[in-house]
Structure formats: structure tokens, C-alpha cells
Ligand binder design. Structure first.
Ligand SMILES: Cc1cc2nc3c(=O)[nH]c(=O)nc-3n(C[C@H](O)[C@H](O)[C@H](O)COP(=O)(O)OP(=O)(O)OC[C@H]3O[C@@H](n4cnc5c(N)ncnc54)[C@H](O)[C@@H]3O)c2cc1C
Length: 254
């Protein structure tokens, strides 16, 4: 299948590429797996890519577990948990992507992260328990394909929490981006550091660090990979020079 990443990716950058569609469990070691492309920046020469088909979009209730196909969107899962009065998924309404992408990135909001509710994961056809996966802030050591995620099931959807999470997002720009550009270094906010070195709102071509939140690298129209990389390099250098801190990318470059 051909995907035009200028349309498909949330940051609206990238060419048209052939994507291998994963319809059943197999060997995809030679491919970069992608999900809904909310956290990736496609380079001018990307690795071959592969992606789960709609066969992996499902949600099933089984005893005390919620079984979710890796390609299921966070929005679908959120709506399902709301409708069925299931607790613990309130924060995912704010995290765009598919469940496999959220799990691989250990996506989260403030003190909430998806690994807090994961039970086990089907990786490359093997059931792997959460405790056997190393995970921390926006990172896991998962290297294979995530086909299915099984969550603990608890009842009691919390509508108040949803409103709180919505408010937390109020400081994020709606301009195309791939979410936070850099991870927050321990004890600092990446946005604060970028703003402090004078890059908030700084623009090269059609790419800019947002005026609303400096850690969002935004595409103002015809932004390119090259301009994005110039801004990324610039922020890393300036923050290193001024604070001695090495900024680490949260965005995945393919
Ligand atoms: C406006 C905006 C706001 C955001 N806010 C947040 C936030 O508050 N918190 C947060 O944590 N994130 C945030 N993000 C980032 C994004 O929501 C998450 O990183 C999400 O997990 C990306 O999911 P995806 O399906 O789009 O994955 P992709 O971007 O397609 O891929 C992300 C990673 O997941 C891997 N992956 C995808 N599918 C699979 C699979 N089946 N098997 C193995 N690996 C796979 C890819 O290889 C890649 O490493 C935001 C993004 C945007 C655009």
C-alpha cells in the first residue's frame, strides 16, 4: 500500500512510500513498524516500513481483561471504555495514535502512562508480561511488532478525570506537529529550556517551535524534513551550550 506521509503523518511531512501491510503474525525484523504516525518524522530516505492492517482493530471483553488489537485507535478504545463504564483509560483521549504506538512509546500525560494499566502484550506472537518489559518515561525496550495488548479490567469510568486531562491540553498548539519534540530532561521542562535559549516561535522555512508551547515543532504549511532537522540541531546545541543539558528527541526519525 502507498502512503503519502505529507497527508498521513500528524506533522504533515514526508514523501509517498510503499508500506508493507501486516495481516498476520510474521517476521518483520527488516522493517520500521509504524502506527498512526503521530510521533514520527519521515526523513528523505526512510527505512522500509510496515504497518498492521485493520484485522488488528478490535476490542474484546474477556473475564477480567480487556483485549485490544494493536491497530485500534486510542479514540476508539476511549469511547469503548466510556460506554462500558471501564476505569483507567480516561487519559488516553488526549493521546493520538494506535494502541501499539501508545504502548511502544509508553505514552502518557503527567503522572499517567499507559504501562500503568497494561497486563501483557503480544510481541512477535509471544505473550510478554508487563514486568518483563523494561519501560520508563516515553520509552520501552520493545523491539518487535506489537499485535495485541491486554489490559486489567476495572469498572468506574471517571468523567471528572477526562475534563482535567482536557484542561491539561489547553496549552498545546493545534498546528500540525508530532507532539512533544524532546523528552523532558530530569528536573526540567524541554519547553522551558527551548524558550530560554530564545527559540520559542523561531521559524526556519515553514517549520517553527510553537509560540504556544516551545516544545512543539510545528509545520506552518510546507515544512520540510531538512528545516525540521535544522531546528532540532539548533535547539540541541543552544540548550547544551547554555545549560549543559543534552536534549533527547521524543519524536522518532525514520
Ligand atoms: C498533537 C499531539 C499531542 C501529543 N501528546 C502526547 C502526550 O501528551 N503524551 C504522549 O505520550 N504522546 C503524545 N503525542 C505523541 C503520540 O500521541 C504518541 O507517541 C502515540 O503513542 C503515537 O502513536 P502512533 O500510532 O501514532 O505511533 P507512530 O507515531 O506511528 O509510531 C510511534 C512509535 O511506535 C512504534 N509502533 C507503532 N506501531 C507499532 C507496532 N504495531 N508494533 C511495534 N511498534 C509500533 C513505531 O515504531 C514508533 O517507534 C502527541 C502527538 C500529537 C500529534
Amino acid at each position: 500500500m502507498k502512503i503519502d506521509f505529507k497527508k498521513y503523518s500528524s506533522i504533515k511531512i514526508g514523501g509517498i512510500h510503499d508500506i508493507v501491510m501486516i495481516d498476520k503474525i510474521g517476521d518483520y525484523k527488516d522493517f520500521q513498524i509504524i502506527g498512526d504516525a503521530n510521533n514520527i518524522l519521515i526523513s528523505n530516505d526512510p527505512k522500509p516500513m510496515a504497518k498492521l492492517t485493520n484485522r488488528f482493530k478490535y476490542i474484546e471483553l474477556a473475564n477480567d481483561e480487556l483485549v485490544v488489537g494493536g491497530a485500534t485507535s486510542s479514540g476508539k478504545l476511549f469511547s469503548y471504555t466510556k460506554k462500558n463504564n471501564i476505569a483507567g483509560f480516561e487519559f488516553i483521549s488526549a493521546l493520538p495514535g494506535c494502541i501499539a504506538g501508545l504502548v511502544k512509546m509508553n505514552a502518557g500525560l503527567k503522572s499517567y502512562e499507559i504501562f500503568q494499566i497494561v497486563k501483557h502484550i503480544n510481541i512477535d506472537g509471544n505473550i510478554v508480561k508487563k514486568d518483563d518489559i523494561i519501560h520508563n518515561y516515553r520509552w520501552t525496550n520493545i523491539s518487535g511488532v506489537i499485535y495485541e495488548v491486554v489490559f486489567d479490567l476495572k469498572y468506574g469510568f471517571d468523567k471528572t478525570a477526562v475534563d482535567i486531562f482536557k484542561k491539561m491540553r489547553a496549552n498545546q498548539p493545534s498546528t500540525p506537529s508530532a507532539g512533544s519534540c524532546f523528552k523532558n530532561p530530569t528536573g526540567f521542562s524541554a519547553g522551558y529550556l527551548i524558550e530560554n535559549v530564545g527559540l520559542k516561535g523561531f521559524r526556519i522555512g515553514d517549520m517553527a517551535y510553537s509560540e504556544i508551547h516551545a516544545n512543539f515543532l510545528t509545520n506552518l504549511g510546507d515544512g520540510t524534513y531538512d528545516d525540521a532537522m535544522k531546528l532540532i540541531t539548533m535547539a540541541k546545541e543552544k540548550v547544551k551550550d547554555k545549560f549543559g543539558i543534552v536534549l533527547e528527541l521524543e519524536i522518532i526519525i525514520i
